[in-house]
Design a protein around this ligand. Sequence first.
Ligand SMILES: [Zn+2]
Length: 246
Amino acid sequence: MLKTLRTLLLAVLVPLTAAHAASLSSAKKVSTSHDAWGHRPGARGFSTVILDAGHGGKDPGATSPFTGQREKDLTLDMVERVRRELKDSVRVVLSRGSDNFVELDERVRIADRTNDAVLVSIHFNAGPSHLTGPEVYYWRVDSYTFGRRIFAALSHATLEKHANRGLVRRRLRLTRNPNIACVLVECGYLSHGSEARLISRADYRTRLAKVIARAILDQRAEGDGRLGPLPKPLNEPPSKATDRRE
Ligand SMILES: [Zn+2]
């Protein structure tokens, strides 16, 4: 579940402060083929996939009013399912493998332990009752086609009609701070009755896991492929620990 729209708006509307100007000028010194702002092509040929189960431990995330399921349990279930689909093809690392609390900044550190990796953070959503379907969040240029592939795959595999935000460029700690390509995937709305009941079914979650894994492997094989043009780079400093958390 995301509560960071205000963070995004602040990020977009923030005036060009001295610190911001300094960070922009320092960015110019970095090669645009591979730099901290994500000014580089999409990930391709990576050796490792880091699967991040959202929430955990003292942080349950959203709870479905229809099924009583908690987001932290469903995200852990989903990363295990995606891992099973991927493990014969690529190395997989889990940011948590049990019901424990992991700080967002620690998740970033886990992501950055491997250069040759991508990060997929898995969540389930909650919001106004009419919203349904998957949403994918990305910020960096190098994560655009990755997010687009996962969003398209989930859209085809889920309800025929969705009412939601779709593929969204949003600055979150897990879409901005890692040095590797990184996306945050909301697999569906626990606050929507029929979608929550689908999510409660193991076969449905397996279907979602299969298409997420397929999209990850497609990205690994093809990189940006023909999914251009890439979005414009946005130069923003890393998200702060004081930012609102998702
Ligand atoms: Zn969440």
